[in-house]
Write a new protein. Structure first.
Lengths: 284, 243
């Protein structure tokens, strides 16, 4: 048989391949690339100066600061909870494991708006807990704690979901080896478990961060969208857009997109820089 | 170190892994736990190493009750079936792990750690691989690194779970002699688990033949290889060593 006609059994015909590639490129272009370009085009429609001017507005600044603060608080907390949950689920055998895994996935299946409403109904000023907290001067709803709770609820599964398959695949043998060598639990965690999951953890954290900064539904419900106080970037974008302030809306949207692109870039750079270690981790 | 296993049993939930078994291992012996899968031999090894706790029974080290000792306190050099080398560390760091994990007071200084790791690399006859990662080693090299890592903690005994299981036939033969040599050099009481009767008979001073059943693994016969060959104590032993 000549080389030209020989094809591995798993390979598609050239026509099918071209068709598939075209479909993917079209899909990606229409769904991902085009909207991203439009955001930047719309933002710069009246020039860079106008766009930057809209950003210097007090409310826009407040929104950016709030979103970054929310992410800076909720992402590390979720990273810790996610690692703890994944560690617990993969390294120990106990009854009700399946239930716990389902609970971790719950935020994926519950609409963020419903999640936000649940927080309002639990911690709102007219509930027992909420009323008492407001009395103490710590309101949850229409304030920062509520936004953090909502964000954490929505982004909770990201880290644990990334880690669980990796940790199951790696098994417990390395941890057990460390124990027989005399290491205590904490030492095992820091020197064996954490280094082995660091890439999955980084990936989970980046996804979690992107979602935390972009969360709209749940935050819109609990925050009350008070301008300059509890309005985050996504909720501010929506309000600006409703008011036909399209340059301001799209500029803020561009900022959000840029933040996402920066995290993506960061991830790629880290991967490039530690490529050998990454390969060493995967080939073993 | 003299090891005594006194009526140890183990069950995982409703599943019995070990029927009460008793066994005395003289100091400095090289012992094989031989049996098919499901005979509880790995469970017994893990109980000795402190990775599992027995459901009932006692373990005695040199006459002292060691049943309640934690895995860290046992100081058992353990070689895992797939070696469980730390994949993100170099061979040097793998071997040094146990020394660096010691509490600050008893931790040897850096130069001393380096000296000991170098000695161990010489002992396993791989002096030049300290800077490599486990993924860059062959199966046989990994096994020897795992052995060196276990020896680094100056263990009181050496426990090996199917140490030759993941190797091809030729390397297996070479490494058998390697383990014998290391045992003879260190004089450590050494227990290894295997399902390969040739390996057990050729390498061990004392062979413990185990069988599995619904009520858990049990010991069929304990003896020197030639005695077991000459006088199998049960039909199971006769069939198993003939296979």
């Amino acid at each position: 048989m000549s080389d030209a006609t020989f094809r591995p059994a798993t390979e598609e015909t050239p026509l099918a391949r071209r068709l598939l590639i075209t479909l993917v490129v079209l899909g990606l272009g229409l769904l991902v690339l085009a909207p991203l370009v439009v955001v930047f085009v719309e933002a710069l429609r009246q020039g860079v100066g106008e766009a930057l001017a809209s950003l210097t507005h007090r409310d826009a600044w407040a929104a950016i600061r709030l979103t970054l603060t929310i992410a800076a608080i909720s992402v590390p907390l979720n990273a810790i909870f996610g690692v703890a949950a994944a560690w617990f689920i993969t390294k120990f055998d106990f009854r009700g494991k399946a239930v716990l895994i389902t609970l971790i996935d719950l935020p994926f299946s519950v609409s963020p708006v419903v999640a936000g409403l649940c927080i309002v109904l639990t911690f709102g000023a007219n509930t027992a807990i909420g009323g008492w907290l407001v009395g103490q001067g710590y309101p949850i709803v229409f304030a920062m704690p509520g936004i953090i709770l909502a964000t954490m609820f929505v982004t909770f599964p990201f880290v644990a979901r990334e880690l669980i398959p990796v940790m199951i695949e790696q098994g417990r043998a390395e941890e057990e080896a460390a124990l027989t060598l005399g290491a205590g639990g904490w030492r095992v965690f820091w020197t064996v478990t954490l280094p082995n999951i660091r890439w999955a953890l980084l990936y989970g954290v980046l996804l979690c961060n992107a979602r935390a900064m972009g969360e709209f539904g749940a935050v819109a419900v609990v925050s009350g969208k008070i301008r300059g106080q509890t309005a985050t970037i996504p909720t501010t974008i929506e309000m600006l857009y409703q008011e036909y302030l399209s340059v301001a809306a799209f500029t803020l949207a561009a900022v959000l997109a840029l933040l996402a692109l920066v995290t993506l870039l960061l991830k790629t750079l880290l991967e490039l820089r530690h490529a050998d270690q990454l390969a060493a981790t995967h080939r073993h | 170190m003299h090891i005594e296993i006194d009526a140890i049993s183990k069950s995982f939930g409703a599943t019995a892994a070990l029927h009460p078994v008793s066994l005395a291992i003289p100091s400095g012996a090289l012992v094989a736990l031989l049996g098919p899968s499901g005979s509880g031999k790995t469970t017994l090894l893990r109980i000795l190493g402190g990775l599992e706790y027995p459901t009932s029974g006692r373990v005695l080290f040199d006459g002292q009750d060691a049943t309640g000792l934690t895995v860290q306190q046992r100081r058992a050099g353990f070689v895992f079936q797939s070696y469980a080398l730390f994949r993100h560390m170099t061979v040097f760091d793998n071997i040094a792990y146990g020394l660096n994990a010691r509490p600050r007071g008893t931790r040897p200084p850096k130069a001393e750690v380096a000296r000991r790791v170098t000695n161990l690399l010489d002992l396993i006859q791989l002096p030049d691989i300290g800077s490599r990662y486990p993924s860059q080693l062959s199966g046989g090299q990994r096994q020897r690194v795992a052995l060196a890592r276990a020896l680094a903690i100056e263990p009181r005994m050496l426990l090996l779970d199917e140490p030759f299981g993941a190797l091809d036939a030729k390397v297996r033969k070479e490494l058998r002699q390697g383990l014998r040599d290391i045992h003879d050099t260190t004089g450590l009481t050494t227990i290894f688990v295997t399902h390969d009767q040739d390996e057990a008979m050729e390498l061990a001073d004392l062979v413990v033949v185990m069988s599995g059943s619904q009520s858990g693994g049990r010991i069929e016969q304990i003896g020197k290889p030639q005695d077991i060959r000459a006088r199998p104590a049960s039909a199971f032993v006769r069939d198993f060593i003939a296979a």
